[in-house]
Design a protein around this ligand. Structure first.
Ligand code: SF4
Ligand code: SF4
Length: 554
């Protein structure tokens, strides 16, 4: 039996798993309209590769990965692209984001789906398949899997950890997936292990999911993979906490698991890896738990892009008393204002919340320095200090106290007797620091650009001056050489000749004008002057013209 290593802190909130984990996963019907956000992962958003009016097939790539840390997005159904524009998305900011809307035609015409023989393929080709199939971490982090499944550590990867802990209350999507599709999850783990070549594969599952653990144990038989049942303690599903539990290794502050030879992925992600590689199917759907104050809490296999409002209806709709909706679990999730927002790869749970299920928090009181938050923190931080620094906008201090190691698990807020919404302060401080860092970076870039321009102008000035000096020196040298040899300076001689030629031309012109004045006046010049009457002048001119004409003819 494997030794388990306890991580620091942790809490025991009510689990509320039974509400939604009793029924099997149900397929959700095809919606009329699907709205697919281009940003559903960490990194650059996907770039649209279709335009309004295009016909698309189910599974067709509609947004391509933009760079290394990015992933593609796909049409969840066949139909017509009707819009590419900002749309409400499920995000804590509440801001809209660029989405591609598809009007489903109901025909469900698939792209050609080609399996990839990963055992005989170049590992980079397998990773490319994952990127182009839009495979990202489905545990909530949505980090692109082709980046994660890259043994970048100098010493390689010793342990591949599969996270089936699902420690957040209310959420049961991984539980049902492991119970019902364990064999397919294990096929995905085989592909991951093929890419990472770890010495061991450990699958961590909390002990409140005995059916899932049993199904995974059966599916892992003969593979050498080890299913490890861990005590139910929130947040054992945190990446660093699960690694500590299973291996005893601590991921140092500011570092990633790969730095200590460990990689951790969600079991739901393993399932999509299998579908993408062995079936050629991109990520166009996911299992989502719909629970809380709804008529029939359950898990549904739902197309990405389905409006959240329709997903709530799948569970029979919200019961009376629903006041708001939560995306994800109550500990790490966030409130959703707009039910038109679509399902994304990151959404594993939708909770219909009522005051009966989630009583409003009492008004916050001053911190009494009781230290309970520090005892509960799984990252061994000082939450009360982070609170003070965030509250007083002393962001440098907050950063120095490892604010960015905070996983926003909410354990500190959960135990705080003063009901201080600590995580909100940490999120605020993180976003302020990120904004300042960005501004600093932009200012630095602007300064660098200005300095480069100044350097270029100075360089050009110096080059011009050098060219003039060179020319003057050459002319002086030529003059000196001419003077020394008694020959006239060629430049001065050329100048003299040009002046002489101009004088000659002027003289010639003058002589020509004089000759003309003497013998070839124009008729107008011969008209007697001094008569101011224009009619009489005209008549005189005509008479003169007739006389000269007669002279010529004779
Ligand atoms: S638990 Fe609350 S009251 Fe106690 S030290 Fe932490 S922030 Fe202060
Ligand atoms: S939210 Fe952050 S500070 Fe609070 S317990 Fe979790 S990791 Fe610690």
């Amino acid at each position: 039996m494997r030794t388990l290593y306890k991580f620091h802190g942790g809490v025991h909130p009510p689990e509320h798993k039974e509400e939604s984990n009793r029924l099997p996963i149900a397929p959700a019907p095809l919606p009329k309209r699907l709205t697919v956000p281009l940003r559903q992962h960490i990194g650059n958003p996907a770039i649209p590769v279709v335009k309004v009016g295009d016909q698309v097939l189910k599974g067709q790539m509609i947004g391509a990965a933009d760079g290394f840390i990015s992933a593609a997005v796909h049409a969840p159904a066949s139909g017509t692209v009707s819009a590419i524009e900002p749309h409400a998305v499920p995000h804590p900011s509440g801001l809209p984001d660029l989405c591609i809307t598809i009007e489903a035609d109901g025909e469900e015409r698939w792209i050609e789906r080609a399996p990839l023989d990963y055992r005989n393929a170049d590992p980079d080709a397998v990773r490319l398949r994952l990127r182009d199939a839009g495979v990202v971490g489905l545990g909530g982090a949505v980090f692109p899997s082709h980046v994660k499944l890259n043994p970048g550590a100098p010493a390689g990867i010793k342990t591949l950890v599969l996270n089936g802990a699902e420690c957040e209350p209310w959420i049961t999507s991984d539980d049902r997936l492991m119970r019902e599709r364990a064999a397919e999850v294990v096929e995905g783990i085989k592909i991951m292990a093929h890419l990472m070549r770890p010495e061991e594969v450990l699958i961590g599952i909390e002990d409140n999911k005995p059916e899932a653990a049993a199904a995974m144990q059966a599916a892992c038989r003969g593979t050498g993979y080890e299913v490890v049942v861990v005590p139910t303690l929130y947040p054992s599903g945190g990446e660093k906490q699960l690694i500590k539990l299973l291996t005893g290794k601590e991921v140092p502050a500011g570092r990633r698991p790969v730095n200590i030879g460990v990689t951790c992925s969600n079991t739901g992600t393993a399932y999509t890896v299998h579908r993408a590689v062995n079936h050629g199917e991109p990520v166009i759907s996911r299992i989502v738990t719909v629970t809380g104050n709804v008529l029939e809490p359950r898990n549904f296999e739902t197309l990405i892009g389905t409006p959240i409002a329709e997903i709530v209806q799948l569970a029979g709709g919200a019961r009376p008393g629903t006041t708001h909706y939560i995306m994800g679990g109550p500990m790490m999730g966030f409130g959703l204002d707009n039910l038109n927002a679509p399902l994304t790869k990151a959404v594993n749970c939708v909770i219909s919340a009522s005051p009966a299920l989630f009583p409003p928090a009492p008004p916050p009181m001053p911190c009494i320095r009781c230290g309970r938050c520090a005892q509960a923190c799984p990252c061994e931080l000082q939450p009360q200090e982070l609170f003070w620094f965030s509250h007083s906008r002393n962001f440098d201090k907050a950063r120095a106290y490892n604010l960015f190691d905070c996983i926003e698990c909410g354990a500190c807020s959960y135990v705080c007797p003063s009901h201080i919404p600590l995580v909100s302060y940490y999120r605020f401080a993180k976003s302020e620091i990120a904004t300042r860092d960005m501004e600093k970076k932009l200012a630095e870039q602007a300064r660098e650009r200005f300095e480069l321009k100044q350097q270029r102008l100075e360089r050009e000035k110096q080059e011009k001056a050098a060219r003039f000096a060179e020319k003057a020196a050459a002319a002086a040298a030529a003059k000196a050489a001419a003077a020394a040899s008694g020959v006239e300076d060629p430049e001065a001689a050329a100048k003299k000749a040009a002046i002489q030629a101009a004088v000659e031309r002027a003289k010639a012109k003058k002589a020509e004008a004089a000759a003309k004045a003497e013998g070839a006046e124009t008729p107008a010049e011969k008209i007697p002057q001094g008569d101011s009457d224009p009619l009489r002048a005209k008549a005189r001119a005509e008479s003169y013209a007739a006389s000269t004409e007669n002279n010529t003819d004779s």
